[in-house]
Design a protein around this ligand. Sequence first.
Ligand SMILES: Nc1ncnc2c1ncn2[C@@H]1O[C@H](COP(=O)(O)OP(=O)(O)OP(=O)(O)O)[C@@H](O)[C@H]1O
Length: 227
Amino acid sequence: MSRPALEVRDVTKTYVGHPPTPVLHGVDLSVGAGERVAIFGSSGSGKSTLLNILGLLDVPTSGAYDLLGQDTCALSSSTRAKHRASALGFVFQEHHVLGARTVAENLAIKLAISGVGRRGRADLVRDALTQVGLTHRRNAPGRLLSGGEKQRLAVARAILTQPPVLLADEPTGNLDRANADNILDLFDSQARKGVAVVVITHDPTTARWADRALELDGGRLRLGAHG
Ligand SMILES: Nc1ncnc2c1ncn2[C@@H]1O[C@H](COP(=O)(O)OP(=O)(O)OP(=O)(O)O)[C@@H](O)[C@H]1O
C-alpha cells in the first residue's frame, strides 16, 4: 500500500493551565492521497485543536504525526514553517480576502510571501484563477466579490502552489447550497489530482460528500453516522 499523505497515531492534546484542559485522548487518523475526509463533532469536541495539529500550527502533547512520510514532531520551528508552506493549503470559513486588492493581487501577494519569484507568479495566478472559475474577475477588488466568489478566491489561494494536502475549516459554513456545492466540486478536482482533503464541518451534506466522515467524540475519532 502506498504511503499515506498524513498519518496521526495515538495523538493526545492537553492545554496547559490551571486546571489543564485535556482535549484529544488518543486520535488515530490516516488519510491517503486523493482521499476526502470530513471531521465533525459537537462544539468544543476538539476539531480546531486537531486541525491546528494537522496544519503544523500546534504540536501534540504526545503521539506521532507524519506528514508526507516525515515525522513532524521532531522538526524545528523553522523547518515546520517551511513544511507548512510547501505541503499544506488552508481554507477557512473566514476567507481573509484583502478587500482593497484585486483578485489577482490577492494571489500574487500570497506567492510573494511564499518566496515565489516575480516571474513565476503570473502563471500560477492564471492557473489557479482558471481552476476556480474566477478569471473574469481577476481585476476586481476583493471587496466587490460575492460571498461565493470570495470563498473560491480562498480556495485559489490555498491551491496556488499545488500543495499535496488541503485542510479546510468550515469552508462552506457561510455559503448557500449552490455556492457550497461549488466549493465541494473544487475540492473534488483537487482530490482527483491526488490531493488529500480534510474538511472540518457542521454541514451534513459536506459530511456525506466525503469518502469518510469521522466524528470527534470523547477526544477520539470514530466512523460517524454520515460515514
Ligand atoms: N489555547 C487554548 N487553551 C486552553 N483551552 C483551549 C485552547 N484552545 C481550545 N481550548 C479548549 O479546548 C476545547 C476544544 O476546543 P476546539 O476549539 O478544538 O473545539 P471545536 O470542536 O473546534 O469547537 P467549535 O466547533 O465550537 O469551534 C474547548 O473546551 C476549548 O475551550
